[in-house]
Design a protein around this ligand. Structure first.
Ligand SMILES: *Cc1c(COP(=O)(O)O)cnc(C)c1O
Length: 466
């Protein structure tokens, strides 16, 4: 058997990595100088690296390992499916049992009349599907000029050309440009952008930008609005309570399709199966990936409502699909993941145990001198680092400088917590226990203390002017 070698010393692995492996979202020069951390094993919420460190993964990989690492039943299902039918496509009037079973299961779990699934290999691909799906929908309805999709600045919808364009991240647009027909409105980020407004007022103002944009562009040109129930990669930005009801009202009023990008918020993350349920959103399409398979296999998709599916079907062949749409091994593993989530009552664990326990402790972090707001929905949390809480001040240093210093303290303390600018974020495996939450909070607090002391010593606890 051709085993992947895992016996080389860390330095040699790092040198090979630097020589041959191009990393996503990474400064290759900086990484080559430092050497990548080599992760070798995972169990539950814990990771082991090649230096023997045991790390608490408070990010569940990239927000995806909802049921935790090291689940044998998923490995067994994958092996069995590979032996039985490793691959077949779902083009040209063929299908197979794993794709059928997973689509039917998702239709059962998804709210309302979201009953139809188009499979993709990832969240980015699923959002590319959504762009084509909503434009196709309006074509079939005889309104082909309705093709603009409205999205938000600092939203994240993936990194393909379509997904990256839907997302509102300027550094992504700067590397390779954007596709046409996508426009962005401001994000509902009260802590950072709310000024003197109350959260409630600000939530309405940001939602009403959608209405203004529809009227500016002309309702006859707008196909859809897309948003994450909670912005994840943008910094775990929880919108004010007034935001989503107003977005829903506007989409309903103008007959605009509403796409909820549930790639992170799906599959228990917010304490319900879907974030749309937590926020009372009624989308026409949901984007799913990540927690769909808990990251054990690459798979994503779009869950589509009856009406959109019916209209697209009416149009005849839809010229779109991926070689791996509904891949049988990925679908079988995703189905097993859903079985584990359901039979182990993991969504209920989030709602009734893990969230309440963490919420109490997470909120207390706001008492730390470095921390402004502390937000937590389900098991998706963020804290804003600030030199001055009362004025919600930003640091004088370039955004992300302090966040990176804090993340480095976390890594040194064997806690994986990410930074987005100067916000620290978590999204741990949903199976995290109260004991493990205690460890998470202890390590986070120690890291904040160390970061604070370092900033003080370096004279960096300074607010940006204005
Ligand atoms: C991660 C993410 C995506 C992209 O998913 P990939 O599988 O990385 O392509 C899309 N939308 C949201 C909200 C995400 O968090």
């Amino acid at each position: 058997m051709n085993m992947i070698t895992n016996h080389l010393p860390t330095a040699e692995l790092q040198a090979l990595d630097a020589a041959h492996h191009m990393h996503p979202f990474t400064d290759a020069t900086g990484l080559a100088a430092k050497g990548a951390r080599v992760i070798v094993r995972g169990k539950g919420v814990w990771l082991n690296d090649s230096d023997g460190n045991r790390i608490l993964d408070a990010m569940a990989g990239l927000w995806c390992v909802n049921i935790g690492y090291g689940r044998k039943s998923l490995a067994e299902v994958a092996a069995r499916q590979m032996e039985e039918l490793a691959y077949y496509n779902t083009f040209f009037q063929t299908t197979h049992v794993p794709a059928i079973a997973l689509a039917a299961k998702l239709a059962e779990l998804a709210p309302g009349d979201l009953n139809h699934v188009f499979f993709a290999g990832s969240g980015s691909e699923a959002n590319d599907t959504n762009i084509r799906l909503v434009r196709r929908y309006w074509q079939v309805k005889g309104q082909p000029e309705k093709r603009v999709i409205i999205s938000r600045k600092n939203g994240y919808h993936g990194s393909t050309m379509g997904g990256g364009s839907l997302g509102g991240m300027a550094p992504i647009h700067a590397h390779g440009g954007m596709i046409d027909g996508i426009v962005h409105i401001d994000q509902p980020y009260w802590w950072g952008e709310g000024g003197e407004m109350t959260e409630a007022e600000f939530g309405l103002e940001r939602a009403q930008q959608l209405e203004a944009k529809i009227l500016e562009l002309g309702v006859d040109t707008v196909a859809a609005f897309i948003g994450e129930p909670i912005q994840g990669a943008g910094g775990v930005i929880v919108p004010p309570a007034t935001y989503w009801p107003e977005i829903q009202r506007i989409c309903d009023k103008y007959g605009i399709l509403l796409i909820a990008d549930e790639v992170i918020t799906g599959f228990g993350r917010t304490g319900n199966w879907f974030g749309s349920q937590t926020f009372g959103i009624k989308p026409h399409i949901m984007t799913i990936a990540k927690g769909l398979s808990s990251g054990y296999q690459p798979i994503g998709g779009s869950i589509v409502c009856d009406e959109v599916a019916a209209v697209v079907a009416e149009g005849g062949e839809f010229f779109h699909g991926y070689t791996y749409s509904g891949h049988p091994v990925a679908a079988a593993v995703a189905l097993e993941n859903l079985r584990v989530l359901q039979e182990e009552h993991i969504v209920e664990h989030v709602r009734d145990v893990a969230h309440p326990y963490l919420a109490e402790r997470w909120a207390k972090l706001a008492d730390h001198p470095l921390v402004g707001e502390a937000k937590l929905v389900g098991l998706m949390g963020s804290i804003a680092l600030t030199p001055h809480k009362e004025s919600r001040a930003k640091f004088a240093s370039e955004s992300g400088t302090v966040g990176l210093r804090c993340r480095e303290r976390c890594f040194a303390n064997n806690l994986i917590m990410r930074h987005v600018g100067d916000r620290m974020i978590i999204s741990p495996p949903l199976v995290i226990t109260p004991d493990e939450i205690d460890t998470l909070i202890a390590r986070a607090t120690l890291s904040l203390d160390e970061c604070y002391a370092g900033l003080k010593a370096d004279g960096m606890l300074v607010a940006k002017a204005g």
